[in-house]
Design a protein around this ligand. Structure first.
Ligand code: MG
Length: 334
């Protein structure tokens, strides 16, 4: 058998069937997927949260993850931000002719492990192969379905005056890791992506905190962009304390060398939660007891003075407005 992806693998004929059986079913197989009909049959109670995302990260493998784990975590996390329990995923891969099958197998294995850890099943999928140069190695789309629990569920417009703004750990790790890896840079202390499935921790929070107003993952555009989106949707203001923000020494060092702002760098294992002040302490306790929230912090407050504005109170006591960026600081980060 050839060790590379051929156009035949996307033909729908025997070569496609072999690829599906020997690779995708081997790692993703479950009673729903194994039916191999044109569509999967699933049943879900009540209201359903749906999210879709396409992953084009370059390079495919980086410290802390790869395009496969990212494609699972990214979509699982987006579904969970509505306070939903992610259950099912669809996976569509666009492969470049010539991609090594060994590389593809590593990615599929990583997706299978990540899906298992996140407690989601892959129920349907698709594979296409395009001629060399039409895509860069592999692009992956995942769509996630989750069951919404409580109502009202967290949404950007629900931030209220006096609410506490929390985050489950330091920012900037994923963005800086992918960039340094792509450019072949290395620092004294290596950086590592924070990519992680957040649904387990979020489920505990949703269970124990009566009304979380907003949950959102600061992915592309980083924490500053996410807070701007929330300030805009809710027409409230947001004041963040630089002193309270956790940024790892290696991210700080890398950012100062490269002239990047960690507040605008992508994260893949972080979430912002905005909730009534009186529940902040309990929420921090839940987060700090979980592997993905050890360094959780209260970083700011929601106000009403300047609707739509996000301000950073700097460590030396000044104030800086955190605007939304015009474009992407770094392309192909997820
Ligand atoms: Mg998101």
């Amino acid at each position: 058998m050839t060790s590379r992806v051929l156009l035949d693998h996307g033909s729908g004929g025997k070569a496609s069937q072999r690829l599906i059986a020997d690779l995708f079913l081997k790692y993703f197989g479950n009673p729903v997927l194994d039916q191999l009909d044109d569509a999967a049959c699933i049943s879900m109670p009540g209201e359903v949260a749906v999210s879709t995302d396409t992953f084009t990260v370059d390079p495919l493998f980086f410290p802390g993850g790869d395009i496969g784990s990212l494609a699972i975590h990214g979509t699982v996390n987006d579904v969970a931000m509505l306070g939903a329990k992610p259950r099912y995923l669809t996976v569509a891969c666009i492969l470049e002719e010539g991609l090594s099958l060994e590389c593809l197998e590593q990615i599929v294995l990583s997706m299978s492990r990540s899906a298992e850890k996140a407690g989601v099943k892959i129920v349907t999928g698709d594979t296409k192969v395009v001629p060399k140069g039409a895509v860069d190695k592999i692009f992956i789309n995942t769509t996630g379905l989750g069951i919404i629990g409580k109502r009202p569920f967290p949404q950007g417009h629900r931030a209220k005056e006096g609410d506490a703004v929390l985050i489950n750990g330091p920012v900037g790790d994923h963005g800086l890791t992918v960039l340094t890896c792509r450019e072949g840079l290395s620092f004294e202390t290596p950086v590592k992506s924070d990519s992680a499935p957040l649904n387990g921790l979020l489920f505990q929070l949703i269970e124990d905190i009566p009304d979380i107003h907003v949950l959102r993952d600061p992915t592309r555009g980083g924490l500053a962009t996410t807070l701007n989106e929330i300030a805009d949707q809710s027409q409230k203001s947001c004041l963040i304390n630089e002193d309270a923000l956790a940024i790892s020494p290696e991210v700080r060092e890398g950012c100062s060398l490269l002239g990047l702002d960690p507040l605008y760098l992508a994260n893949e294992g972080k979430f912002v939660s905005i909730l009534p002040e009186e529940w902040a302490h309990k929420a921090l306790e839940i987060m700090r007891n979980h592997e993905f929230g050890r360094q959780a912090k209260l970083i700011g407050r929601i106000g009403v003075d300047n609707p739509g504005r996000v301000t950073l109170k700097t460590a030396i006591g000044g104030y800086r407005i955190l605007n939304m960026l015009e474009g992407e600081q770094l392309p192909r980060i997820c």
